[in-house]
Design a protein around this ligand. Sequence first.
Ligand SMILES: [Zn+2]
Length: 309
Amino acid sequence: MFLLTETNDTSDSVSSTVTDGFYQPIKDYVKMNTVNSKQYAFATIFMRDGSKTSFKPKYPNFANRKHTHSEEFVIEELEDFISRNGPMVETVYIYSYNSPCLQRKGGVQPCMFMLMQKAAEWKEKYNILLKVGFTKFWVPKCPDWFEELISTLDSEKFKDYRFKLDYKNLADKFKKSPIFSLLSQVDNLEKNTLFDKITSTRKDLLDLAQSLDNIGLRDDLLLKGEQLINSCKCSPIVRDEFCRILLKEWSETVNNSFEKDIKSKIRKEVGHAVILLFMDKLRSDWRNSFPLKLYRVSSPLQPNDNDVQ
Ligand SMILES: [Zn+2]
């Protein structure tokens, strides 16, 4: 079931007409596209005579130097439609998977402000109401100093922080690993055995990194990998180096995953707080008279949303 609420209100405060009009196209779109966390946006227009027009989803275009966000394509399409049919239009619904951005590079106006401007313009000209729904909170880009700040976090203070290992990060490290150079240090007779040992140990580590119960504390995750690596039996000529390389790759993966997880969590919380503050400000400045209303649309059909609840 879809849940449609105003962003700072957990009650189902919208009328059934609005709910039907808003989320049916989203449901249809999601059904057609299965799980898709890629950004997209589309509009549905309700006319004063009771009819409605839905437009196809638009995707951002990052191919050019000037990036175009999906909401910009939607606005362009709406501009064209409203310039021809403005007096007939009653309400415009826009759904954007991520909430419209509040920050752009190169002096480009953020989508949220473009939408606010359009909402005011369409209200004044044709008395149109604009309703914007989103599922994920837009997340601001972080400055370089933020990256540095995270890398200097006192890990002792985060020793109770649980996170999931980044399996892909470990797989990437294995691709670039120097470990197979150890084969040149053993006799021909032992080469095959060592090759098999390297391959099977790496597979065990990847399985460990991927296992579902592997959301854990940093020290525990480090220890699990260490135990697995240290229990390996291979030629004593290369054993120290064999363990050293694998331990390095494992511990770097644990530390990278820890940093990545914390960064992502902080960015999401900042993004969430910024949007809620923005809506609060909008409400206190305009009370209920502002022609743009923002809704949070939560859809369990998109499991990737779980991390932003
Ligand atoms: Zn944008």
